[in-house]
Design a protein around this ligand. Sequence first.
Ligand code: NAP
Length: 413
Amino acid sequence: MADLYDLGERPPLGEVPKRMHAYLVRQSRFGQPRDAWKREVIPTPTLGADEALIYVMASGINYNNVWAALGAPLDVIAERQKAGEPEDFHAGGSDCSGVVWAVGRDVRNVAVGDEVVVHSGWWRADDPWVRAGKDPMLAESTRIWGYQTNYGSYGQFARAQAHQCVPKPRRLTWEEAGCYLLCASTAYRMLMGWPPHVVEPGDVVLVWGAAGGLGSLALEITRAVGGRALAVVSDDAKKKFCLDHGAGGVVNRSQFAHWGPLPDTKDAKAYGEWAKGARAFGKACWDALGERVSPRLVFEHPGEATLPTSVFVCATGGMVVICAGTTGYNATLDLRYHWMRQKRFQGSHLSNDAQAAAVTKLVAEGKVDPCLSKTYGFDDIPECHQLMLDNKHPYGNMAVLVNATKPRQGAAR
Ligand code: NAP
């Protein structure tokens, strides 16, 4: 048995080499993703009783590992060391398709040889909240796999809790299957996980960053469940992509200038300017839809730059649901619109097993497209994260081949 295999060189099923190739971040390299991510050879991880080792065929690229490279807002390596884990590196990656290569002694839901995709909700099975059968995404022990945990999908083998494994949609190639689940499951929980504010037929849903990873899947899911998505982008070149992926209308945010935190409501001039911009944006939304209907749900993630507008344009009784603060964490809003019009502001984070399975079912049935943008090679991992940080990445979700040797393999068509 070899101690280390090249990428794509397949060991006999179930045989685990001692070492593997993986992309890592180290604290000494924190900074621009292009320099922070480097390929190294590290020991293949060992498994706990409830874990599975995945032979990774392809991986998605996600924004969380841009944050990991920057070392901010969280030093994920220091956090794990504080929690007692010895490794001085972060082997990241939160999305993958692959083959189950080994399982811990208590694993029952998957077996060696199964083709799977892996969702990134990680929690301790002995967490009292989880044991009580409550939504594990609200448990104290919850982590994002491949960001807050080590040995994610940017290695030849990834270590996951077995419950994270979902059967791979058979119609998808390795790269299609590896690219979508983190964004899709997050978008699904945001749109369908907070009743009574779930997308109902005919509901208008305003989607920020609609050509991005999250946004493109929000468009797809909204269409699949009968809603009407209104896409926001910064460039007219993205319009066609959004319409192709389910948008009923598109607004270009670069035509407005009122972004950023809400001005002081006592400063009449500054507030007046902001209100003029927000009203013009709201009108542009109606024009794009062809109807004076405001969004029942606003799908938020830019945060600081857009939240005041999101709350303003949200329909009476509607919900702004948010999963990130990409442009900043200082949330401001005019409370008058919030309480008088009885709106809801809801935080949301990743998804639980049921939500990951539900959105994968929509993908497997062909109702939601995984929105694969472009397939890259393993050694493009640093550049893919840099493109994302610079907002220059291709529309949709990027994938990298890990052990898959060529694109367009793995689908049963
Ligand atoms: P992405 O592919 O880079 O898309 C983000 C989009 O945001 C871009 O396409 C861009 O579109 C838009 N944007 C950039 N600056 C903006 C601004 N100033 N105002 C409004 N829109 C702006 O990233 P993603 O994968 O969709 O992730 C987006 C964020 O969500 C990241 O912060 C990520 O970490 C987070 N996230 C959180 C979770 C969770 O579970 N909590 C899960 C997934 C992602 P335009 O320039 O065309 O407007």
